[in-house]
Design a protein around this ligand. Structure first.
Ligand code: VGL
Ligand code: ZN
Length: 198
């Protein structure tokens, strides 16, 4: 059984959003088209408390895009985004919401970021996504969404290490590209880890 994973297709990652991904809106029609071809579709939703430690606004001396040490982990500082209950945190309005079977929220712990849909960045806690997929008999996952160089990449890498046959659909992903080449490097890393890129 295969599942489609929609990664963080939320207003704040679309053009005009707080952490806008270039062409992020273009993944929406790809996601809608693919949903019909999968028996199970699960969406992840970045869902941060208003004072999340990944926000540059919580570190007065720091700027957006800077990397800091947060409890021993490297943390990129982001603009405030995907705040729980905000418009920016909502799944993109163009998504076929009826076609989504489950929504998994992540990044809810104020102290630690969670790029992967499966675990936080230190693998301290799971989100429940792995168990959900296992319980449904899923062996194979296909990913579309945002962003290639963060949440798509880390979700795909965790999916592989959990033993899922994992593919990313290039047409349905876009990245932040904080540094030029980040998306290409992310795709290479996924390939090296055993992710199929289609
Ligand atoms: C994401 C940065 C911060 C993502 C989420 O969805 O890729 N990136 N939070
Ligand atoms: Zn986030």
């Amino acid at each position: 059984m295969k599942a489609l994973l929609l990664i963080d297709i939320q207003n704040d990652f679309l053009p005009g959003g707080a952490l806008a991904v270039n062409e992020g809106d273009l993944v929406v029609p790809v996601a809608n088209r693919l949903m019909g071809q999968f028996p199970l579709t699960v969406a992840t939703q970045d869902w941060h408390p208003v004072n999340h430690r990944s926000f540059a606004s919580q570190h007065p001396q720091r700027n957006i895009g800077e990397v800091i040490d947060l409890d021993g982990l490297q943390q990129v500082l982001w603009p405030d985004h995907c705040v729980q209950g905000s418009h920016g945190a909502k799944l993109a309005p163009g998504l076929n919401l009826q076609g989504i079977d489950h929504v998994i929220q992540k990044g809810t712990d104020v102290e630690i970021d969670s790029y992967s849909g499966f675990f936080d960045n230190d693998h301290r806690k799971s989100t429940g996504l792995g168990t959900l997929l296992r319980d449904q008999g899923v062996q194979e996952v296909h990913l579309v969404g945002l962003a290639t160089d963060y949440c798509v990449k880390f979700t795909a890498l965790d999916a592989v290490s959990l033993g899922f046959e994992t593919s990313v659909i290039l047409e349905g992903i876009r990245g932040v590209e904080l540094t030029s080449g980040d998306c290409a490097r992310a795709v290479d890393e996924m390939l090296s880890a055993g992710v199929e890129v289609i």
